[in-house]
Write a protein that binds this ligand. Structure first.
Ligand code: CP3
Length: 347
């Protein structure tokens, strides 16, 4: 299937584009009332994730309503622990919760490497339905959590400010930690490959808890596994978003991936210098900038575009869009990227 709008893919590969492509992390769900309506027709989040027709519908909503240049498949990073044998629940207004967690090396014997086709077929089906309904309008982004971030939830069993239980494990059980991280990595590689086979045009690895590790542990317990994932994916571009890992930017230069996501604390010029010209950079407007007035959003977005320049950039926020942001404000951000980035190229 030929893509009618392939700006995102061309930008990821470092090809010339007429304007900067734009999408938002967490654009599916979270902010649209149209999402709420679909979500409330079912008993919960997980039911929606496991319903390919409705997952496809909410995946496409931001394309129709917001005008983004890509869709991201509606799912969650926590489908991997579940597929490995550690099911999750999504508690309303609280977030993920795991009835069982990994506490000792013995617990690993209850886990397996996930089989994408049999354990995650519902995501692959959602991708196939989405691709059919998108009909090539924009690329579809597949995704997975980075092994370290998934490890955090499997040990901790829920969100945490410090993830100190997970970090304690790295000190007290380094061998077990490596074994678990390797199992997650093997599951993730197979899962991303299956997403690509089902139709994903690009894949993103979310390392949401990268920033809580000291840099030596980040190399040993996160980057090592992300490197394996990047090396294993050849068919489509790969984006690595490691939130808070400003200290790892010099090493990210060497990852076998096309795009590096920046959070809003990472300076744009400095990131370009550290990461080099060989990667596309994605980001990085402060998500809170969208609480500003339309003209403030316009000014902040133009400044971001000026700072990134016209080559190798995909516009996004520095993390997921916040749940109470007005979709009209998101549209101002998107419209400004589209118009101003085309103007910059015409100059
Ligand atoms: O980008 C998208 O919109 C596509 C779908 C998507 C979801 N989660 C749907 C979701 C994606 C890409 C994710 C990734 C994800 N999930 C991450 C990494 C990105 C990040 O934000 O750092 C993480 C850490 C999770 C784990 C998770 N899932 C948490 C902590 C929560 C609760 C709070 C929250 O972020 O919303 C979820 C639930 C979740 N995942 C919702 C959605 C739409 C809200 C649940 C609901 O509708 O009831």
């Amino acid at each position: 299937m030929e893509l009618k709008n392939d700006l995102l893919i061309r930008a990821a590969k470092g090809e010339k584009v007429e304007r900067t492509p734009v999408w938002l992390m967490r654009q599916a769900g979270r902010i649209l009332p149209e999402y709420r309506a679909v979500r409330n027709s079912l008993s919960g989040f997980i039911e929606l994730v496991k319903n390919p027709e409705l997952a496809a519908e909410v995946t496409i909503q931001p394309v129709d309503i917001l005008g983004v240049d890509a869709a991201i498949i509606f799912s969650d990073i926590l489908v991997i622990p579940e597929a490995m044998g550690l099911p999750y629940e999504m508690v309303e207004k609280k977030g993920p919760w795991f009835p069982k967690t990994i506490n000792s090396p013995e617990d690993l014997s209850n886990l397996k490497v996930a089989d994408a086709e049999s354990d995650l077929g519902y995501v692959l089906d959602a991708i196939k339905v989405t691709k059919k309904e998108l009909d090539g309008r924009v690329p579809l982004i597949g995704f997975a959590g980075a092994p370290w971030t998934i490890f955090c939830y499997m040990i901790e069993g829920q969100g945490s400010k410090t993830f100190s239980k997970a970090r304690k494990m790295l000190y007290n059980e380094p061998v077990m930690s490596d074994q678990l991280l390797q199992m997650i990595t093997d599951s993730t590689i197979e899962y991303l490959r299956a997403q690509i086979a089902a139709g994903a045009n690009i894949v993103q690895v979310f390392d949401s808890w990268a920033g809580i590790l000291p840099s030596d542990h980040y190399q040993k317990f996160s980057m090592k596994y992300i490197t394996q994932i990047c090396d294993a994916i050849e068919e489509v571009p790969v984006t690595v978003f490691a939130k808070g890992a400003y200290f790892a930017r010099p090493e990210m230069r060497h990852l076998n991936c096309e795009t590096i996501g920046l959070d809003w604390n990472m300076g744009i010029a400095e990131s370009r210098r550290l990461i080099g010209e060989g990667k596309t950079l994605q980001g990085n407007l402060d998500p809170c900038a969208l609480y500003g007035s339309p003209s403030e959003i316009e000014t902040a977005t133009k400044k971001m575009l000026d700072d990134f320049g016209t080559s190798r950039h995909i516009a996004n926020l520095g993390h997921g869009v916040y749940p109470d942001i007005d979709p009209e404000k998101v549209k101002v951000f998107i419209q400004t990227v589209k118009e101003y980035s085309a103007q910059l190229r015409a100059q």
